[in-house]
Ligand binder design. Structure first.
Ligand code: SAH
Length: 245
């Protein structure tokens, strides 16, 4: 019944395995006073498990009004606030909170956009946990790409577990991977917008040497060889480059 009404364009693949959902929430180590945001709660299977933790407040950000209706009838808890919005451009500062734990079984077609938006609010988000297409999860964890470096400048990324399609309804075509983002302790004072511009430049035309994209003088000042290529860089190089350019 519900299955027929699920919307493909919103990437609706519901998690149905209770044991797995419990495990995912355990990874979050939610404590008293934690304020949690769930992105794309759908019908609320993960939400229900979140309520078994001592969290102080829970915000749900969901784009589909049919899901909003289901969530409103399923949950009635003083700690809950349901927000009908696109998480890809949601302004997390509107919540008026100072420290958030974010979680979401993300719609795979807009996952990158949502991830980027979360990183833009790294000053408010202390950790985030996402279910992604496995291949994408692995790439975020270690690939030399602008988005991976964008995430890893602010967060330590840990690949937590893989999930086969059978744990979802309807099953997606690909395997899924659950990752954890843990904000680095240092206060970096890096503006995400400027960092993105730098990363886009560095990771464009990847096979070209860096000196064709960034001035040699700046590279040398940052201690990076002008003849190196983007894929040889570490996050620490990018941070140095950011501060020198
Ligand atoms: N968390 C649920 C559902 C996951 S399916 C579960 O695990 O069972 C993905 C959910 O994200 C759907 O409910 C879909 O409507 C919602 N969604 C899709 N695009 C979104 C967006 N841009 N912002 C917020 N929610 C979105």
């Amino acid at each position: 019944m519900l299955k027929k009404r699920l919307k493909k364009h919103f990437g609706q693949h519901l998690l149905v395995a209770k044991g797995v959902i419990k495990k995912l929430v355990e990874f979050m180590e939610i404590k008293e006073n934690d304020v949690v945001v769930e992105i794309g709660p759908g019908t609320g299977n993960l939400t229900e498990e979140l309520f078994n933790t001592p969290l102080k407040r829970l915000y749900l950000i969901e784009i589909d009004e049919d899901m909003i209706r289901i969530l409103k009838s399923r949950f009635n808890d003083r700690r809950l606030q349901i927000i009908h919005q696109d998480a890809g451009n949601f302004d997390f500062s509107k919540l008026g909170e100072t420290s958030l734990k974010v979680v979401g079984n993300l719609p795979y077609n807009v996952a990158s956009r949502i991830l980027e938006n979360v990183v833009n609010f790294n000053n408010l988000i202390s950790s985030a946990f996402f279910m992604l297409q496995k291949e994408v999860a692995i790439r975020i964890e270690k690939e030399a790409s602008w988005l991976s470096f964008f995430v890893r400048t602010f967060y330590e990324v840990k690949y937590l577990m893989s999930l086969p399609p059978k744990f979802f309804v309807p099953p997606p075509k690909v395997e899924s991977g659950f990752i954890g983002l843990y904000r680095r302790e240092e206060n970096l004072k890096i503006d995400p917008k400027r960092l993105k511009e730098l990363l886009k430049k560095v990771f464009s035309q990847r096979r070209k040497m860096l000196k064709h994209k960034v001035s040699e003088e700046v590279l040398l000042k940052a201690g990076i060889s002008p003849t190196a290529r983007a894929e040889e860089l570490k996050v620490s190089d990018i941070i140095k480059l950011y501060y020198t350019s």
